[in-house]
Design a protein around this ligand. Sequence first.
Ligand code: FAD
Length: 326
Amino acid sequence: MAVILTLAEHRDGKLRRASLEAVAEAGRLAGSLGASVVSVVIGSGVSGLATELGHYGAARVHVFDDPLLGAYATEVWARALAQVIAATQPTVVLIPFTALGKDLAPRLAAKLGAGLVSDCVALAVKQGRLEARRPMYAGKSFATVAWEGEPQMATLRPNVFALSAADTSKSTEVVKESVDASARAKVTAVKATAEGKLELSEAQVIVSGGRGLKGPEHFHLVQELGDALGAAVGASRAVVDAGWVDHQMQVGQTGKTVSPSLYIACGISGAIQHLAGMSSSKVIVAINKDADAPIFKVANYGILGDAFEVLPKLTQAAKAYFAAKG
Ligand SMILES: Cc1cc2nc3c(=O)[nH]c(=O)nc-3n(C[C@H](O)[C@H](O)[C@H](O)COP(=O)(O)OP(=O)(O)OC[C@H]3O[C@@H](n4cnc5c(N)ncnc54)[C@H](O)[C@@H]3O)c2cc1C
């Protein structure tokens, strides 16, 4: 039987949402391709994650669980995946388009001599082959891409592919694997700067602020609306470059690509480089006092007004709504 292989990424002992989206998408394609879904999980103390992957549709999970695999190393992860690919000969390989996926997938594709389509936002099966849709020119246009040869490798933009409901009655076959963990380059330490903050690329609701906030002393207005909505907080590059907030909050071409259900842009003009990172959001709300700001062209809802007046009102309304809801 044909195989669709997915890489299951995890953090702090939990599967990342993008990994589950990849399994769900593999499940949807599997019907048309007459394939089964096989996942690979690599790390230290990760064996328990196989069960959850099974609930989301992985018929089999190859597990590399070794204390030597505690920190991500491109070379070792590529070696492990190549090993499973050699054994299972998948027709399709799906990897989340996360920081790890962006680093790993090209290395793996080069190692296999396979075609890689990155940052896919839709996949379809046409005459037994995969076809991908991906943004080009910072989201100004979309390309439809087909592969030559196999495996057909794709990285999937997080938050775009729908999650399937977990079915806890589903079980999965577990295959224990091992790999040579030696690498020429290794991560020796990870310094997380966003402790306790919601990860932008996985957030379902994002409130972002731009230069319209006038100065770092006003950015709390954005943060407060974010807190009231349980949202992650992002920013335009202009405010990151000005040093108001940390670079990891930057959304856009040279920042993070996000696809939340709701994106609220406050005092952001909507430059093409910013749109590149957020235009695939499902609902976009723009708050801007310039009716001609380009952000209104992509917004589903526009609030023409002063962010200094609108933000506190929205925060208050959100607090009242959630308080009433209990
Ligand atoms: C190679 C390259 C890569 C780039 N990558 C990125 C990227 O990844 N992400 C990114 O964001 N940008 C990126 N940029 C920069 C981008 O071109 C813009 O300069 C930037 O996005 C502008 O940020 P802004 O919208 O906050 O500021 P501005 O363009 O200055 O817009 C501020 C907006 O706030 C509005 N405003 C002002 N006062 C108020 C108020 N009181 N209430 C409401 N609205 C108000 C104004 O009408 C205006 O529309 C990149 C540029 C280049 C050249």
